[in-house]
Design a protein around this ligand. Structure first.
Ligand SMILES: [Fe+2]
Length: 214
């Protein structure tokens, strides 16, 4: 039986974290993680639902005068919701995330030459991305290989169709509480809490064109 993956309009939900708030310490503190999840991510979910419901109303009343605003809200909050959902699952308590799986390692080697080249390029992308940004390892179904993209404004797609696999939140709210302005320390420590089992799972889903949110 085919699984129904449709999320009804205006009914997006904040996913639970797959671990407790203190599970990622000392890399990410319990306090920082709680604010990030319960305040920042929650506001994306609420904003996305609101935009979708406002657009239902616009279609009903045939009043599209605020279409620019709600379409922007749809992109901004929808992207925030998707990227944060992935970010939570691709992390695990230090030492529990395993090593890169066979499929992950093969694809990384094909796309970047070696794991260490991939890791250096990904880290530098996260450190250098301007202002509110992300580093994202994506599966590009058009050329059937991986790419590393900097997401400078997360509502803007940087390569259409790409499916995010491994994402690193470089917005100040992700690290400022724990690291202040030392973003490079956050990025370098972050590798210790990557969940490689989940990266492998996501890559296998991406090959089928799917992007699970939990
Ligand atoms: Fe964030």
């Amino acid at each position: 039986m085919k699984q129904n993956l449709t999320i009804p309009i205006g009914q997006h939900k904040l996913p639970n974290l797959p671990y407790s708030y203190n599970a990622l310490e000392p890399i990410i503190s319990s306090f920082a993680l709680q604010i990030h999840h319960l305040k920042h991510h929650k506001s994306y979910v609420d904003g996305l639902n609101k935009a979708e419901i406002e657009l239902v109303e616009a279609r009903k009343t045939n009043d599209f005068s605020l279409i620019k605003h709600w379409t922007r809200e749809l992109a901004f909050n929808g992207s925030g919701h998707i990227l944060h959902s992935i970010y939570w699952t691709i992390m695990a308590p230090a030492g529990r995330g395993g090593n890169p799986g066979l499929h992950t390692l093969n694809q990384i080697n094909n796309s970047f030459g070696s794991f260490s080249s991939f890791q250096k390029q990904f880290s530098q992308t996260a450190i250098d991305v301007e202002a509110s940004g992300w580093a994202a390892l994506v599966w590009n179904p058009a050329w059937q290989r991986l790419e590393i993209l900097a997401v400078e404004k997360h509502q803007n797609l940087t390569q259409w169709g790409s499916i995010p696999i491994l994402v690193l939140d470089s917005w100040e709210h992700a690290y400022y509480v724990d690291y202040q302005n030392r973003r490079n320390e956050y990025v370098n420590s972050w590798w210790r809490i990557v969940n490689w089992y989940d990266v492998e799972r996501r890559l296998l889903f991406a090959a089928k064109g799917q992007l699970p949110l939990v």
